[in-house]
Ligand binder design. Structure first.
Ligand code: ADP
Ligand code: MG
Length: 202
């Protein structure tokens, strides 16, 4: 079972990863965006870490809902409300249980990804974070490591796509040939989940 500590660890590992990879995410956002994706998520997840330490929610749902609210209020770009919705909706779906199973998390994350799709209007293949998140949620039934690989493959598979949503879509065909920054950060978020799970087992 996964408790609030597990979810706090997920957010902490994600914050460390966004900080470490900020330059790479911003570099990906240069040719097909406005070069702020790395700094957006670095700032957002640092704020998540701070608020989780301060308020210390004691349920999995509470941790994710607070993290989501914090991302929405600290990240100005498109990705703030989208990641904020992902975490808030996932947290809401987990309810106020003190511990949740992996199956419950997989189901809740599916609700979170549906929230992202509703808010942003993106479908798989539109070259967005959805292209990493949907395969990750599909693979979660096979475990965290499978979800991580699926998200990474999904992110890499955005390179030949033409963007149909977000800032990159303004470039039309010129968006082809670049990996999507948001799909890349989503793969980092799922990798952080797998890493948090490794910590729980070991
Ligand atoms: P902004 O585009 O406002 O500068 P960011 O650079 O932080 O925001 O985030 C860009 C990423 O957000 C994109 O790479 C893409 O993955 C994601 N994104 C943008 N618009 C949408 C959308 N409508 N639906 C899903 N994801 C989106
Ligand atoms: Mg940007």
């Amino acid at each position: 079972m996964l408790d609030a500590d597990f979810f706090r660890r997920w957010m902490t590992v994600a914050a460390v990863s966004m900080d470490r990879e900020a330059d790479r995410l911003t570099a990906l956002d240069s040719p097909i965006g406005d070069a702020d994706h790395g700094s957006n998520l670095q700032r957002g997840f640092a704020a998540v870490r701070t608020v989780l330490e301060k308020e210390a929610p004691d349920t999995p749902g509470g941790v994710l809902a607070l993290a989501g609210r914090q991302l929405i209020s600290t990240v100005g770009g498109a990705s703030g409300p989208l990641y904020g919705t992902l975490l808030r909706r996932t947290g809401k779906a987990l309810g106020d249980a003190a511990e949740v199973s992996e199956e419950q998390l997989a189901e809740a994350l599916r609700a979170g990804v549906d929230g992202v799709r509703t808010l942003g209007g993106a479908a798989p293949g539109d070259k967005t974070m959805v292209d990493a998140l949907v395969p990750a949620v599909d693979a979660l039934a096979d475990g965290f490591t499978a979800a991580r690989s699926a998200a990474e493959q999904g992110a890499e598979a955005t390179t030949p796509l033409q963007a149909r949503k977000g800032r990159a879509s303004y470039l039309g065909e010129r968006s082809i040939g670049h990996q999507d920054p948001g799909a890349t950060s989503s793969a980092l978020l799922i990798a952080a989940l797998a890493e948090a799970a490794d910590g729980a087992e070991g």
